[in-house]
Design a protein around this ligand. Structure first.
Ligand SMILES: [Zn+2]
Ligand SMILES: [Zn+2]
Length: 361
């Protein structure tokens, strides 16, 4: 195959290198997708610094939320074909594994399938990845590609690969926010602002945004938060309790990252309430929770890989809501970067002065 440009992570903690690579010959169950737009997720800042432990072979390509057009679909691929406009999201659905058959494609076997060589550098070095979208052309297993039907800009649609689906799924699928609920959202960045929109759509009466950065709190209010709490001005757990009759929130949605954020989310959830956790900081991080509280307070702590999204069920609904304005992506896309400027997108995300940057090859 012809050489294409890709953003290579060749050394942890060092800038991405945009270089020519030659894709491998696709397998019968592979799909080759020409990338149109790829949302830069905060997770990739952690990947770039080597904090997530995967993959271990460099150079690699990262990125996991994209849209593009299928150039080639192998003979074993059934869901998409050449010419299709497709979503490449953070989690695949093979439809055949234990988890997919259990109705839990968020845990699909292909998600943790061993990374493999998808291309080679000019000197023959293999480029190894599981899913990596920061390239002009990507080769992925068919389980990662889903047909997409919308004329919205690709920059907007790319957010369906992670931010929209994880954030809305946290509120709707995992937390199952009910009309009239009080919801606390811990961390109002790339993900938390979608959680706020999800809680609003679910009919939450009180949506408490917890976030240290003032401009993010302002945006949280504009997108549906009814109250704003800054940890810079006192204990956020006490503040959330004070706003919820001393009980704590019915549902807490965490999107802050560090273990302290998760510990706070648990503490600000009321007795018999639900805490939904999405934050990751490093592979070695551990969370400490008060044992008695965990044992007797009736709280549910739920993990949230891609919002337990079932793409065929959830994404068409989200597309409709983006199209009719019930969901607002515009303020969350804080930059559009050509592939050559991927390091600028990474720096903006790492410095937390951006929300979602979109990479367009
Ligand atoms: Zn992501
Ligand atoms: Zn599966």
């Amino acid at each position: 195959m012809r050489a294409v440009k890709a953003a290579l992570l060749a050394e942890y903690g060092r800038p991405f290198q945009v270089d020519d690579v030659t894709p491998v010959t696709p397998s019968p169950d592979d799909v080759v997708v020409r990338m149109a737009a790829s949302a830069y997720c905060y997770t990739d800042c952690l990947n770039q610094r080597g904090m997530r432990g995967l993959p271990r072979t460099l150079p690699t390509i990262v990125g996991h939320a994209a849209v593009g057009v299928v150039e080639h679909a192998g003979p074993e691929v059934t869901r998409v074909r050449a010419g299709d406009h497709v979503l490449v999201p953070g989690t695949p659905e093979c439809g055949r594994c234990f988890w997919c058959r259990k109705g839990r494609p968020d845990q699909c076997e292909d998600l943790l399938a061993p990374a493999r060589a998808v291309a080679h550098r000019a000197d023959g070095t293999p480029v190894v990845t599981g899913i990596g979208t920061y390239a002009e052309l990507i080769t992925i297993r068919g389980s990662w590609a889903f047909p997409l039907h919308s004329s919205l800009p690709d920059e907007t649609l790319s957010l369906l690969g992670c931010g929209v689906t994880t954030g809305l799924g946290a509120a709707l699928n995992v937390g199952q926010v009910q009309p009239g609920d009080s919801v606390a959202v811990v961390g109002c960045g790339h993900l938390g602002l979608w959680m706020i929109q999800g809680a609003r759509l679910a009919g939450a009466e009180r949506i408490i945004a917890v976030e240290p950065l003032a401009w993010r709190l302002d945006l949280a209010r504009a997108l549906g938060a009814t109250d704003a709490v800054s940890p810079a001005h006192g204990d956020p757990v006490e503040a959330v309790r004070a706003l919820t009759g001393g009980r704590g929130a019915d549902v807490t949605l965490e999107a802050s990252g560090p273990p302290e954020g998760i510990e706070q989310a648990f503490a600000m959830t009321r007795r018999a309430g639900t805490a939904v956790i999405t934050g990751v900081s490093s592979q070695a991080s551990t969370v400490t929770l008060p044992q008695t509280e965990v044992a007797i307070r009736g709280k549910r702590i739920l993990s949230c890989q891609m919002g337990q999204t079932v793409v065929g069920r959830d994404v068409p609904r989200y597309v409709e809501m983006l199209e009719d304005g019930r969901l607002d992506a515009a303020p969350i896309i804080t930059g559009v970067f050509p592939l050559e400027r991927i390091n600028d997108a990474n720096e903006a995300a790492a410095a937390r002065n951006a929300l979602t940057g979109v990479i367009v090859p």
